[in-house]
Design a protein around this ligand. Structure first.
Ligand code: GAP
Length: 482
């Protein structure tokens, strides 16, 4: 299960494939500043806050929803649309409960928890006590509750699957689960897809959907939540070719995080699991990890799941999920390589990685250096003032640009404050319409990172934005590779 893969795992020299020399994490207070910025600017905030919120559940505002859509699209493009060996699939969140018996989730998808019987009465994950104490400035091996030091109960296992009931009678026979991973939907449909699509091995099934886990210690904003979105792909291949495919997918997924999403390679690493750390279904797993302000944390796991899941579903369902290779006339149960990433965690990573502060002309500038394909907006059109002769032109220009780029029209507040806002939300280009524009039919394009400005004729604006965005992509790539 994913149990051993959770949370920040200390680096092991032997287990680090791509550890960079002394990577520098962002400053410890970045998360706090970012979470506040994200709420203020409409990226994400606590769910149902007018009722006091609900623990570890979040809502995404207009900018967060846009950014998530962009990251989804990047994943979909890389994993489905640009390949001829991966098919998309969308399976139901609630499945036959036997699926979770076969997968092992009913028996083993649990965390050990302890309760404080002292003053605070809080519940903790037993295997996180050291970290929890450290976070509170106490020695890791201090006795008792991380908060109040009170006595703790013995550890009990707590299953992380959310339960509900199907139909009107809430008895045990009607009990079902909200899926804790999207993967099983792909295993149980393997044979149906092979037949429907006349698919030959190797090929993958990709799915980008919600999963649910009743986490005991959700933490670090949207890093670990109870409802989240997974970007998972199960790649079915011939036994014996799995090691090669595992290497291939590790490389490809590291490439995606850096080249397509602009995450700095100097803060990413691929960490190979030790034998003791491997999940029961896996012979090899490597995690893509990012150096967060609180330490290394997993973004994605790339696992060789062998034929464990297909065999287990064959046993529990009585259905044949083997594959007949017409070329070699062999029948076998495929092995599976699984790159499994989190969308929410991915977005948090891109935001943390992009957050920057600098001093410009004696003033602090906060800027999100987001990749132009990730940023909520690509272009902001700003009239210098709210005078109708300017806004008429700027609105028409925004409407024109909107057909090609993600474009916002922003006319409230002073131009300086609007530039600052666009920097804070990571918009790569700002197009300013001023009074001269009415005379010379030209506008100014300001680029976010270098704050350089160029004057371009309105009739060539689309082309100019295209060129500037290409330059932004190139500098994002350079930054990611540094
Ligand atoms: N099918 C394999 C699987 O689910 P996992 O490592 O448990 O493996 C894959 O999950 C990815 O899903 C993680 O790397 C992480 O990015 C994301 N993820 C897992 N639990 C999460 C949570 N509680 N909140 C946010 N993202 C989570």
């Amino acid at each position: 299960m994913r149990r051993p893969r959770r949370g920040a795992v200390p680096p092991t020299a032997a287990g680090t494939l791509a550890a960079m020399s002394e990577p520098v994490p962002s400053t410890p207070d970045v998360l706090e500043k970012l979470v506040s910025l994200c709420k203020q600017r409409g990226f994400f905030f606590g769910s149902s806050e007018i009722y006091g919120g609900i623990n570890a559940l979040y809502d995404y505002g207009p900018l967060g929803a846009r950014m998530r859509r962009n990251v989804r699209n990047l994943w979909w493009r890389a994993m489905v649309e640009s390949r001829d060996d991966v098919e998309p699939i969308e399976t139901s969140i609630i499945m036959n409960p036997q699926v979770w018996v076969a997968s092992g989730h009913v028996a083993t998808f649990s965390d050990p928890l302890v309760d404080c019987t002292g003053t605070c009465r809080k519940r903790w994950r037993a295997d996180h006590l050291g970290d929890l104490r450290r976070e509170r400035g106490k020695p890791e091996d201090a006795p008792g509750c991380p908060e109040c030091g009170g006595p703790l109960t013995k550890a009990r296992q707590f299953n992380l699957m959310f339960r509900t009931h199907l139909g009107p009678v809430a008895d045990d026979a009607a009990q079902v689960y909200l899926r804790p991973e999207t993967a099983q939907g792909m295993f149980v449909n393997f044979a149906t897809v092979v037949q429907a699509m006349r698919r030959r091995l190797p090929f993958g099934l990709a799915q980008l959907c919600k999963s649910f886990r009743n986490e005991i210690s959700p933490s670090n904003s949207i890093f670990r939540t109870r409802e989240f979105e997974q970007m998972e792909m199960e790649f079915f291949c011939k036994p014996g070719t799995d090691v090669e495919w595992h290497d291939y997918w590790c490389t490809e997924r590291m490439r995606w995080w850096t080249e397509d999403c602009g995450v700095r390679g100097s803060r990413l690493r691929l960490r190979v699991h030790d034998k003791e750390e491997l999940s029961h279904y896996s012979t090899a797993t490597s995690d893509v990890e990012y150096l967060f302000p609180w330490g290394w944390g997993e973004l994605e796991g790339v696992a060789d799941r062998t034929d464990f899941d297909l065999r287990s579903h064959m046993k529990h369902s009585g259905r044949d999920l083997s594959y007949f290779d017409t070329e070699t006339t062999e029948r076998y149960v495929p092995f599976v390589i699984e790159p499994a990433a989190g969308l929410d965690r991915g977005c948090l990573t891109m935001l943390v990685d992009a957050y920057d502060e600098e001093e410009v002309r004696g003033e602090k500038r906060v800027v999100l250096r987001l990749h132009p394909d990730v940023a909520p907006w690509q272009v902001a059109v700003l009239p210098l003032s709210k005078k109708p002769q300017l806004t008429e032109v700027s609105r028409a220009l925004a409407a024109r640009l909107r057909t090609r780029f993600r474009t916002e029209h922003d006319e409230t507040q002073s131009i300086g404050r609007r530039y600052r806002r666009q920097d804070e939300i990571g918009t790569p280009l700002a197009v300013t319409v001023d009074f001269d524009s009415l005379e010379d039919n030209a506008v100014t394009i300001r680029e976010r990172d270098g704050m350089t400005q160029v004057r371009v004729p309105i009739e060539q604006l689309e082309r100019a934005c295209e060129d500037q965005l290409a330059a932004c992509r190139a500098s994002a790539l350079k930054r990611a590779r540094e």
